[in-house]
Design a protein around this ligand. Structure first.
Ligand code: ZN
Length: 217
C-alpha cells in the first residue's frame, strides 16, 4: 500500500487520485485544445504512485510519454458537496506530483471517444513527493512550480495562473466523489510539457514546499 507522508510524520494510505485537466491557459494553448467550461476530471489509481528516487517505467505500447508537473493536495478530512468557502479546511498538506501522460495513446483514445486510464493511470504514472503541512503554506495560490529534465528547465509556472482555483476544484470534485483522508488531488499543469525517454532524470519542485526526484528506467 502506498503512503502519503507529511513532514510532521503524520501519514495516510493513499486513496484515489483525482486530477483536473486543462487548468492553465498557457498549457491549453500549447496542446491546441479548446478551454473547457467545466473542469475536466479523471482518476489515477493509487497503484500508479512512485516516490522519491524511484523509476518511471514507460509502457511498451507508448513512444511519447510526457511530464506534467503539478501542485498536489493531500486531503485530511472527509467531505461531500464541500462549499468553496470551507474547502481549504479539508487540505492536510501540499506536495508536488508529476502527471505522466502517454500523449500518443491519449490522442488515439480521445479520437475514439474512449477513456484515458491506460494513458494516465499505468504503473509509475504518478510520481509524488512528501507533503508539507497545510498550516505551513501561507498562500498555495502563489507557488512556483518547476520541472527540470537532466538539469534543463522544462516547466516554470505559478499556481496563481490556475483557471479553476483550489477551493473551486475541491468543491466541484466533492460533488461527484466523497473526498476522504489520503485522497490526493492534482491541480493541473502549466505550460512546458514534453517528452521523456529512458535514462532521463526528472526533478520537480515547489520551492519551500516540496521536491521530488525520479528517473526513467
Ligand atoms: Zn495533468
Amino acid at each position: 500500500m502506498r503512503t502519503a507522508r507529511l513532514r510532521s510524520g503524520r501519514h495516510f494510505p493513499i486513496g484515489k487520485i483525482l486530477c483536473i485537466g486543462r487548468n492553465y491557459a498557457d498549457h491549453i494553448k500549447e496542446l491546441g485544445n479548446p478551454a473547457p467550461e467545466a473542469p475536466v476530471i479523471f482518476i489515477k489509481p493509487a497503484s500508479s504512485v512512485i516516490g522519491e528516487g524511484e523509476a518511471i517505467v514507460i509502457p511498451p505500447y507508448s513512444h511519447d510519454c510526457h511530464h506534467e508537473a503539478e501542485l498536489a493536495l493531500l486531503i485530511g478530512r472527509t467531505g461531500k458537496d464541500i462549499p468553496a468557502a470551507r474547502a481549504m479546511d479539508h487540505i492536510a498538506g501540499y506536495g508536488v506530483g508529476i502527471d505522466l501522460t502517454l500523449r500518443d495513446v491519449q490522442g488515439e483514445l480521445k479520437k475514439k471517444g474512449l477513456p484515458w486510464e491506460i494513458a494516465k493511470g499505468f504503473d509509475t504514472a504518478c510520481p509524488l513527493s512528501d507533503f508539507e503541512e497545510a498550516s505551513n503554506v501561507a498562500d498555495p495560490q502563489n507557488l512556483q512550480i518547476r520541472l527540470t529534465v537532466n538539469g534543463e528547465v522544462r516547466q516554470d509556472g505559478n499556481t496563481s495562473m490556475m483557471i479553476h482555483r483550489i477551493p473551486a476544484i475541491i468543491s466541484h470534485m466533492s460533488g461527484s466523489f466523497t473526498l476522504e483522508p489520503g485522497d490526493v488531488i492534482l491541480t493541473g499543469t502549466p505550460a512546458g510539457v514534453g517528452r521523456i525517454v529512458s535514462g532521463d532524470e526528472l526533478a520537480a519542485d515547489i520551492p519551500g514546499v516540496a521536491a521530488l526526484r525520479v528517473s526513467v528506467a
